[in-house]
Design a protein around this ligand. Structure first.
Ligand code: BES
Ligand code: MN
Length: 449
């Protein structure tokens, strides 16, 4: 199979970049959010916009959904005779913008400042969508592999219909190599392959003590209030050192990679003097051990709070699970822990939101060699680092089960300063060009492998 040369592809990516950037900005302007309570019409527009971009590259495109689920875009171009097929994954939905007062620019108006493009989804994961399209454009009509693009529309809200979507389209999605452009590089200029991700269980816990609010002077001292109960209860989730105290969760050692504490502190933006929690190496704590975070509490606000005992409080908890743990049994372990430790026999109840499996990837074989070679060229000789990710892409475990023979490469456009999910999310534009080139060369190397 003849294919364009590395130099031709390098020039082609440089030529395509301005158009790719313009289309990325167009996508960032569409606030497609799959969280309950949001207007879902932008997700339709964003699916249509992605579909249009894929049609323009000569792919056969369909927008697919399961029931009330959000629209995924599937685009396909058959492989030249004898060539492998590569499935390219990204998601077009984004996280909600969160506290608008924290954004320095409009989250849905892409803005370049000092070499970074700011906007919700500019990195996670609209840049992933556009990296795939950049590679298609670089090859034009000389694509040396078959491709199938799968651009999901509800990744950030737990991928509820993903498994059914994959089943529905299983034959169309079958591929030799899967490239998931939804992760992060180790540093700017240092490419990474992600080889482990944590699982997740999101749920709610509610505690109740009274039929309704009563005078805090008349009853306080003998009747507990719901926030007191909730505070004590949540405090039992971690031990004195900050390690998770729920029994029955899996913990493993992470890769030998060193994540220096000062670098970690500065990337996290933790305030001077505030301690880290947990024990052991940082990569163990964030990649291969459980974490429990309290994402929110429903209770009266402080402003105008009357002198009354609060009858009821609700908290949202997010558990991250080590590879090898099972979300269903971990959720049972969490409920058993909370039921055991709820103080003063307060009434306790639970509500499940969503979960997803962790995964581990064995990054060996000819296709992984092909990707390492591609990255080395795109990153001017830098070696690829194998990293874990504390976040979750539940989709990957599902893919591993359904396509056990495919090599799954988890790559991405994020860097430690991208601030995904927070205010002022941004994409490093220099890194984005390297990612586009890396993916283009990856397709070339897969064809030659
Ligand atoms: N792109 C992230 C996964 C990720 C997180 C990669 C951190 C690199 C660093 C993905 O879009 C994401 O955020 N997933 C959700 C999944 C959840 C809703 C099931 C997450 O981890 O919160
Ligand atoms: Mn993502």
């Amino acid at each position: 199979m003849t294919t364009l040369s590395v130099d031709e592809l390098r020039a082609a990516v440089a030529r395509e970049l301005p158009g790719v950037r313009a289309d990325l900005e167009r996508l960032v302007r569409i606030p497609g959010i799959a969280f309950d309570g949001f207007d879902f019409t932008p997700l339709e527009r964003s699916a249509e916009a992605v579909a249009e971009l894929l049609r323009a590259e000569g792919l056969e495109v369909q927008i697919s959904r399961i029931g009330e689920g959000h629209p995924a875009v599937i685009g396909k171009k058959a492989a030249p005779a004898g060539a492998p097929t590569v499935l390219l994954y990204a998601h077009h939905d984004v996280q909600p913008p969160g506290d608008m007062s924290q954004w320095r620019t409009d989250p849905f108006e892409p803005t370049e400042i000092d070499g970074r493009l700011y906007g919700r989804g500019a990195a996670d994961d609209k840049a992933g969508v556009m990296a795939h399209i950049a590679a298609l454009r670089a090859f034009g009509d000389q694509l040396p592999v078959g491709v199938v693009l799968f651009i999901e529309g509800e990744e950030e809200f737990g991928s509820a219909s993903l498994e059914d979507l994959l089943k529905k389209h299983q034959s169309e999605l079958t591929a030799d190599v899967i490239v998931i452009a939804d992760s992060a590089n180790w540093d700017i200029g240092v490419p990474a392959l992600t080889t482990s991700l944590r699982g997740i269980v999101n749920s709610f816990v509610t505690v109740e003590v009274l039929q309704s609010a009563v005078h805090s002077g008349m009853y306080g001292g003998a009747v507990p209030d719901a926030l007191m109960v909730m505070s004590r209860l949540l405090a039992t989730l971690h031990d004195e050192r900050g390690d998770v105290a729920v029994a029955g969760l899996v913990s493993k050692p992470a890769s030998p990679l060193d994540y220096p504490e000062d670098r970690f502190r500065s990337e996290a933006g933790i305030l001077d003097g505030v301690d880290l929690i947990g024990t052991g190496r940082i990569v163990d704590r964030i990649w291969t051990r459980p974490a429990i975070s309290i994402l929110g509490i429903d209770a009266p606000g402080t402003e105008g709070a009357p002198n009354a005992l609060i009858p009821k409080a609700k908290a949202k908890l997010s558990m991250r699970l080590a590879p090898g743990d099972d979300p269903k049994s971990a959720y049972e372990a969490l409920k058993a822990h909370l039921t055991k430790f709820v103080p003063w026999n307060a009434k306790i109840s639970f509500e499940f939101e969503h979960d997803g499996n962790a995964c581990v990837i064995d990054a060996t074989g000819k296709y992984f060699d092909a990707v390492r070679d591609a990255f080395k060229v795109a990153y001017n000789g830098a070696d690829t680092v194998e990293v874990g990710i504390g976040g979750s892409i539940p989709f990957i475990a599902t893919f591993q089960e359904m396509f056990p023979n495919a090599s799954i490469m988890v790559t991405g456009v994020e860097d430690p300063m991208s601030g995904a999910h927070g205010p002022n999310e941004s994409l490093h534009l220099g890194e984005f060009e390297r990612v586009c080139l890396a993916e283009t060369l990856l397709l070339r190397n897969v064809a030659l492998a």
